[in-house]
Write a protein that binds this ligand. Structure first.
Ligand code: PH4
Ligand code: ZN
Length: 305
C-alpha cells in the first residue's frame, strides 16, 4: 500500500530506527527494492529524482511504483527526491506521489523558506509529506572552519526553518555527499552538529549521500574492468550513530548503482555468448536486492512493517 513518508518516519524517529529511501530509474531497481522490503518485512521509500523522470518518464515511473505498492504487503511511499522547483513538485503530486522533497538548499535562507512554504501548502492540502534541505551536501573535508559553517546545517537556522515552513522532515548537511567519492582522507561526519540539531528539532531528520561504497562491490567491479580508484563511502558504524541522533530516513543510490554495474560486468565477462537481457539484468537485480536487504537490517527497519 502507498502511504505518506510521515507515516513511515514518525514511528522510525520515535523508536530510533531509519527507513531507507532507495532511488530507482528502471523496473529492475524497483523489483529489487520491493522484493527486499517484502522479504525483510520492512517499510520502504521508493525515491525518484527529476533526472530519473527525464530518463524513464513520470507516468511510467509513477505507475510501476503504484502497481508495486498495490501488490506489496509492506507500507511504501513514492517520494520525489531533490525536487528543484514548484512545477516538478506539483506534477509529481498530480501523478500520485505521496511525498516530495523540495530542495531549496542552493537558495538564500529566506528564499528557501518561501519556496518550501509554498510547497508545504500545496502538499499538505493533498495529504502529501514534505522534506526540505538546509545546508548543502558537499565535500568539506579540506574546507576551512568558515567554509564548513557556510555549507553545513546550522542548528539554530534549522529550528527557525522548520517553525517557519511546517515541513515534515529535514535533510541535514553534516559532511556526507552524493556519489562514490565521499572522502579523500578518513570518513568523518559532524556528529556534534547532528546532536545539536536533534536537540532543537523533534521532526524526523534525513541523511542524504549515505552510501557506504562497500569494498566487496568495488573489488568485484574492478575485477571485471571498472576504474573506481579512490571510491570511499560512509562507515556502517557512522550510520548507526546517525540513527541514534535522530536520522530517520536514509538515502541510498550509489551502492545500488555499483552493485548493478559490477554484476552486469561480471555476467558479460563470464558469459560472452549471453545476449538475453533477462539473464544479464536478472543477476544484477538479485545483487541489488541483497544490498537493500543489508541496509534494512543495518537501519533497523527489518521487521517493522
Ligand atoms: N540521493 C540520490 C540522488 C541521485 O540526479 P540523480 O538521480 O543522479 O540524483 O538523493 C542521495 O542522497 C544518494 O546518496 P548516495 O550517492 O550516497 O547513494
Ligand atoms: Zn540526495
Amino acid at each position: 500500500m502507498l502511504v505518506a513518508n510521515k507515516d513511515l518516519l514518525i514511528p522510525a524517529r520515535k523508536k530510533a530506527y531509519a527507513v531507507g529511501a532507495f532511488n530507482i530509474n528502471n523496473l529492475e531497481a524497483l523489483l529489487a527494492v520491493v522484493e527486499a522490503a517484502t522479504e525483510e518485512k520492512s517499510p520502504v521509500i521508493v525515491a525518484v529524482t527529476p533526472s530519473a523522470i527525464k530518463y524513464a518518464g513520470l507516468v511510467y515511473l509513477a505507475n510501476i511504483v503504484k502497481t508495486a505498492a498495490e501488490m506489496a504487503l509492506v507500507p511504501m511511499s513514492l517520494h520525489l527526491d531533490h525536487g528543484e522547483n514548484f512545477e516538478v513538485v506539483s506534477k509529481c503530486i498530480e501523478a500520485g506521489f505521496t511525498s516530495v522533497m523540495i530542495d531549496g538548499s542552493f537558495l538564500r535562507f529566506e528564499e528557501n523558506v518561501a519556496l518550501t512554504k509554498r510547497v508545504v501548502n500545496l502538499a499538505h492540502s493533498k495529504g502529501v509529506s514534505v522534506e526540505a534541505e538546509l545546508g548543502r551536501l558537499a565535500g568539506v573535508e579540506e574546507s576551512t572552519v568558515e567554509e564548513k559553517e557556510a555549507v553545513l546545517t546550522d542548528p539554530n537556522n534549522a529550528k527557525d526553518f522548520v517553525e517557519q515552513t511546517g515541513v515534515d522532515a529535514l535533510a541535514v548537511a553534516i559532511g556526507t555527499s552524493h556519489g562514490a567519492y565521499k572522502f579523500k582522507a578518513e570518513p568523518k561526519l559532524d556528529f556534534e552538529r547532528l546532536r545539536l540539531i536533534k536537540e532543537k528539532l523533534s521532526i524526523p531528520l534525513v541523511l542524504h549521500g549515505a552510501s557506504s561504497v562497500p569494498y566487496w562491490i568495488i573489488e568485484k567491479a574492478s575485477k571485471y574492468g571498472a576504474e573506481l580508484t579512490g571510491a570511499k563511502g560512509i562507515l556502517e558504524e557512522h550510520i548507526k550513530k546517525a540513527i541514534s541522533l535522530g536520522i530517520a530516513k536514509i538515502n541510498i543510490d550509489t551502492d545500488l548503482r555499483l552493485a548493478f554495474t559490477a554484476t552486469v560486468r561480471e555476467v558479460l565477462t563470464n558469459s560472452p555468448k549471453e545476449f538475453d537481457p533477462r539473464k544479464i539484468l536478472g543477476p544484477a537485480k538479485e545483487v541489488m536486492k541483497e544490498v537493500v536487504k543489508g541496509k534494512m537490517r543495518l537501519f533497523g527497519s527489518s521487521g517493522k512493517a
